[in-house]
Write a protein that binds this ligand. Sequence first.
Ligand code: AMP
Length: 290
Amino acid sequence: MQLIHRISEMREWIKTERYKGNKIGLVPTMGYLHEGHLSLVEKARKQNQAVVMSIFVNPLQFGPQEDYQSYPRDLQKDCDSAEKAGVDVVFNPSVEEMYLRYPPYTTVCIEEITKYLCGKSRPGHFQGVATVVSKLFNIVQPDRAYFGQKDYQQLIVIKTLVEDLNIPVAIEGVPIKREKDGLAVSSRNVYLSGEEREQAVCLYEALMLCQDLYMRGERGREKLIQAMKERILQESKATIDYVEVCDTRTLVPVSKINTPAVAALAVKIGNTRLIDNVILGGDKNAEEDA
Ligand code: AMP
C-alpha cells in the first residue's frame, strides 16, 4: 500500500490506474479508523479494482467551538488497518496542500436539505464537507465513492451535490456498524469515560423504541419524538441537541409519517456529541437507496 501526501502524486497514480482500465473507488475519512470505515472499504473492494482512502481532518467542517484540534489522529495505525483491509492508496494531504488559501475563496454551499438536523446545529458544517468532498472528487476522479449511513444527512448532501453539479461519481451508501450493545461505532467514542460509554447506548435504545412504536402503528411525529427524548433523558450525562423524524429524501420534519422517514438524533454525552439514526419501517431499500 502507498501513502501519498501530495495532490500531484495522487493524480499521477490515478493516471496509471486509469491507463490500466481499472475502476477507482474512493473512501473519504478523517482517519482514526474503525470497523465502520473498514466496512466502506470492504464494499469499495468488491466494486472496484483500485481503492483510495483519503485521511484528512478537514478544518473547514469544524465550528470554532468544535473539536478540530483534539480530534483523534493516528496515521501509522490507520495505514496498518487500511493495508490489511485492502486499500491501495492512503491519500493524506496536509491542510496547506489541500487549501492553497485558508479559508478558501471558493466553497460549495448546499441549500434546503442543510436547514435541518446537523445542518441547523452546526452552521457551515456541510459547506465544509461539500467543499472538501468536491475537491477530493476533482483530485481522485473516482468512479464510485463510499459514505456511511451513520452520517445520514451527509450522505444525502453528497448525493445532492453530485446531482446538482453533474459530478460523474456514483455515490454508494453503507449500513451503520455498531458495537455489541448497539452504539454506532465512531472515532469520537474514544472521548467517552467508562460511565459515559455505558450511558451512550441511550441513542440506539431511543431509536429502537421509536422503531418499535412505528412497527406497532404509531405514525405521529410528536409521540415518537417524545418516547425517544424520555429514554435519552434517563441518562444523567445526556443532553439533547436534536431528536427528529424527517422525510428520507428532503429531510423536512414530518408531522405524520406516510412516506419513508428517518428518525435521527444528536446527543451530547458529557462533552462528546454523538449522532445516530434509523430508517423507519425497516425498509432496507429506502436505506440503501437513500
Ligand atoms: P469520518 O472519518 O467520521 O468522517 O467518517 C468517514 C466515513 O465513514 C463517513 O462516510 C461515515 O459516514 C462513515 N462511518 C463512520 N462511522 C460509521 C459507522 N459506524 N458505520 C458505517 N459508516 C460509518
